[in-house]
Design a binder for this molecule. Structure first.
Ligand code: SF4
Length: 177
């Protein structure tokens, strides 16, 4: 397969791929930083064709909006409610687990941030998913600002971050936004 590389750094990486060799961390950084996206796409297509031909696979994922109650009031948001408003809802861990089916491989949790939810409640959700569906990774997106404010002194802030990282490693947890 011929690729007209604009970024010549990609050439040696492509040679490795063609010989079935593992890429190094440095190779990964080159791929991450390159602006030669056409060549990058062609390399990715080459690898995909080697692995599975014309078959295409998808990860089955499920989005769970655990609550619409939110301590913040982002201007663009048409989703959030304040606690006590008629349409406000908050799911328990059991509610969430009841929505997940065994074939799911990724659970995306996104929604509001109730002012009175302790960090432990989020961990309980992740633990519950991990125990009942060990094949599924869990991704939480949301604005963590309230917890940083709550744990605003450096010591407990560090503790919170360490806890997040530990849980992330343990439960394949990704925290974003
Ligand atoms: S943090 Fe999210 S749910 Fe809360 S108000 Fe902002 S956009 Fe809405």
């Amino acid at each position: 397969m011929y690729i007209n590389f604009r970024d010549q750094q990609l050439f040696s990486i492509f040679q490795k791929l063609q010989h079935g060799e593992h890429l190094s961390l440095e190779d990964g950084l080159v791929l991450f930083k390159t602006n030669d996206l056409i060549s990058l796409g062609k390399m990715a297509n080459f690898v995909q064709q080697q692995k599975s031909g014309d078959a295409v696979y998808f990860v089955l994922n499920q989005k769970i909006e655990h609550t619409n109650v939110c301590v913040l009031s982002c201007k663009f948001c048409d989703f959030a409610k304040k606690k006590g408003e008629p349409d406000a809802y908050e799911m328990t861990t059991e509610n969430i687990l009841a929505h997940i089916t065994p074939e799911i491989r990724e659970v995306h949790i996104t929604g509001g941030m109730p002012p009175d939810w302790e960090w432990e409640r989020y961990l309980d959700i992740v633990r519950g998913i991990h125990e009942k569906f060990p094949e599924a990774g869990t991704y939480i997106t949301g604005n963590l600002k309230p917890w940083y404010e709550k744990h605003s002194d450096l010591k407990s802030g560090n503790k919170l971050i360490i806890e997040m990282l530990e849980q992330r490693r343990k439960y394949k947890l990704t925290i974003g936004k």
